[in-house]
Design a protein around this ligand. Sequence first.
Ligand code: ADP
Length: 475
Amino acid sequence: MEIFHIAAECYPAAKVGGLADVVGALPKYQNSAGHLVSVVLPRYETKFINENEFDCVHSDFVKLGNFNFPFNILKERTGKLGYELYLVEIPELFDRKEIYGHEDDIERFVSFQIATLDWINTRTAMPDVINCHDHHTGLIPFMMMYANKYEKLKDTPTVITIHNSIYQGQFGFDKLYYLPEFDLSKVTLLEWDNRINSLATAIKCASAVTTVSPNYLNEINYSAYGLESLFNLVRYKSRGILNGIDMEVWNPATDKMLEKNYSIKNFKKGKQENKEKLCAEHNLDPTKPLFSFIGRLLEEKGADLLPHAAAMSLSENYKEINILVLGSGNTEIENQLTHLLTSFKGNYNAVIGYDEALAHQIYAGSDFLLMPSRVEPCGLNQMYAMRYGTIPIVRRTGGLKDTVIDFGDNGNGICHDQASVGDICYSIQRAVNLYKDKKKINDIRKKGMAIDHSWESVCQEYIEGYNLILNKNEG
Ligand code: ADP
């Protein structure tokens, strides 16, 4: 089957978070399973894109209302990623390093979607399935069905995969003219809460909806930033598929970013050496348990609780624990985390920014990974942590609930119910006690490392989903 994935991120070409990891891995495994898979994303100014070679396979102008932007479709030359990577180059809109956060994000991503469909529409054969990811590609199912110029794509089935329902790509009807001419009787499909809502449009129009974990699919029926009733309505065409992890990229036995490679057979020594290097580089004490956090410093991740929870835990366990934070996001949280450095030097550090190599080193060198998330549609960090023998401490929500069971119930991690300073500190205290029981902690680490979160079986679930909608279309 020929599958197109269309997204705003794809590792290693452009990454902000988990969306990139999924769009960089799932296509690779679908391709190995015998399908012909392509990924389409905008051409940003990223290191990977600048350092690799692409061929221009199509050029045209994309029309956004009364603007015309020249665009090119670039194809990665070697195919080394395990799927065909296409970049939509619209220099005026995407010639920037930052993927999101621009004033003209709506213009950028609407143009990206139109240019992508303009190009696909020129092909002689249409793909069997188009899998869109998150709101940046949410208008595609609508335009394929109802925009006059995409008549050829009308019957191609589409899937919207929801990685996060917080971000919905809303904009006013004053920008309706950005869209190519379409059947006006369908205009209400674009609307949610009196605005054009890209994610809601995709949920209404796509042939199928998937979420990145089964538990998240349950949660969004009662908590989805205003889209709850819509999710209830489309339950019949929805399924929750737990993300896998790329076992090649995330493998402590071969990971080139680590100080020392290790496997389940020699993880005690391997982790210790990585911990020593990490602690030396960040002025921490390698003889004490190391708690880390990696991620976007936002309320949805519970990051606003970290400064207070870190200060309390470090004070209560004076010099008995280390805490290391890597992330960026909300400036106030960043400042509070940086400010703590003055009080807890030697046992605490915070790196504000994005650093892929350091993230790998933290998964390898830490004892525990904190994830007090308020919202976590799937969460990949806990799976990476376990693969690297680090015990996740999670709030029971979304995909964290699907993947982490408390060690008190014979599980693989530490769980708490509330996103609160008290619950985080209580869990840290339990971890400090667990750390003293070497046999028990090593058994839990081993259990985590042995879990198979690979994409092979997950990829099959996506294919089953595609087959269902293909059969429906044919029947
Ligand atoms: P989300 O997509 O909501 O940010 P996920 O858990 O699904 O969360 O995925 C997060 C991904 O981003 C992981 O690969 C994690 O290692 C990575 N990541 C997040 N923040 C940073 C950072 N500051 N530096 C390096 N990697 C990061």
